[in-house]
Write a protein that binds this ligand. Structure first.
Ligand code: ARG
Length: 282
């Protein structure tokens, strides 16, 4: 395996986001505990919520957003956090989805990254990995979830590829099936997280490595951890006043966006964006 150059600097700043407008967004299967065919998203509402998120990010937070077109046979492609894990030096580790329903997205994301000049790394074929949904690069350390959507073998691959250590965190509750549903890096060593989503040792790992803000069960269920962070600005799903209070107390500017129609599919603000650390063409 080719290893990244040793002088590669860890990603520190999000300079751009990748999003996918919900032109073919739908709920056509059940692959997580949130999805029920009997409770489908209202598509007009979903458009409105997505547009409000897009506008908040571009106009209020002031971060440029690149767009990828949604493939008609990929109703969950709006959740671009699962495209892959972008790495310093325009490299990306492409996702290898757990479920066939989402594997159809892989060629579209691969094509987009290649078109933008990314060097694309592929996971070994038997190793599930769901990109930024399950992995964050925090100051030269990869912090990654496993067991639900990402296999532990993916963590080894990420460390071998980058030379960065990986902190492996076991997810134990089907409702918090991606790391980004229960763990929110806020810059530096500060994170918010929902302790009950993790096994006891993962909680210990988090407490020993980070300064933590615990999220309440009520707000975890409203996807409080699934927020977008750009420096000291946070865009979070509506209805999480406790986390909002803690963030404002620490000097963050907080924006709220209603996310009900995406929560029906098991995602919210952060799932709908992919952090890019190098600018791409819009
Ligand atoms: N319905 C999608 C799935 O189950 C939701 C993905 C949410 N993405 C995320 N990064 N948490 O795969």
């Amino acid at each position: 395996m080719q290893t990244m150059p040793l002088n590669a600097k860890p990603a520190t700043r999000v300079v751009q986001l990748l999003m996918c407008a919900p032109s073919a967004y739908d709920l056509l299967y059940e692959i997580n505990a949130w999805m029920h065919l009997s409770d489908k998203p209202d598509k007009r509402q979903a458009w409105k919520q997505w547009e409000q998120l897009y506008q908040t990010l571009t106009e209020q937070v002031g971060i440029p957003v690149a767009l990828i077109e949604q493939a008609s046979e990929a109703p969950d492609m709006v959740f671009t956090a699962n495209a892959g894990l972008p790495l310093p030096g325009k490299q990306v580790v492409l996702s290898r989805f757990r479920h066939p329903e989402r594997q159809v997205e892989e060629p579209y994301f691969e094509h987009w990254f290649r078109q933008q000049g990314y060097q694309v790394h592929l996971m070994p074929s038997d190793c599930a990995f769901e990109g930024e949904g399950d992995a964050f690069l925090i100051d030269g350390t990869i912090v990654a979830g496993y067991r639900k959507r990402t296999d532990i073998c993916a963590h080894r691959y990420l460390s071998e590829l980058t030379g960065f250590p990986t902190l492996s965190l076991e997810l134990v509750d089907d409702r918090w099936y991606h790391l980004d549903t229960c763990f929110l890096p806020l810059g530096g060593r500060l994170v918010a997280y929902y302790p009950d989503a993790f096994d006891w040792y993962a909680r210990r790992v988090i407490e020993q490595h980070f300064e933590t803000i615990p999220v309440t069960p009520e707000e975890a269920l409203r996807f409080a951890c699934n927020s977008v962070v750009a420096d000291k600005q946070v865009v979070m799903p509506a209805g999480c006043p406790v986390l909002r209070f803690y963030l404002e107390e620490r000097g963050y500017t907080v924006y709220e966006v209603p996310m009900s129609e995406f929560i029906k599919s098991g995602g919210a603000c952060k799932c709908l964006v992919l952090y890019l650390t190098e600018p791409v063409n819009p």
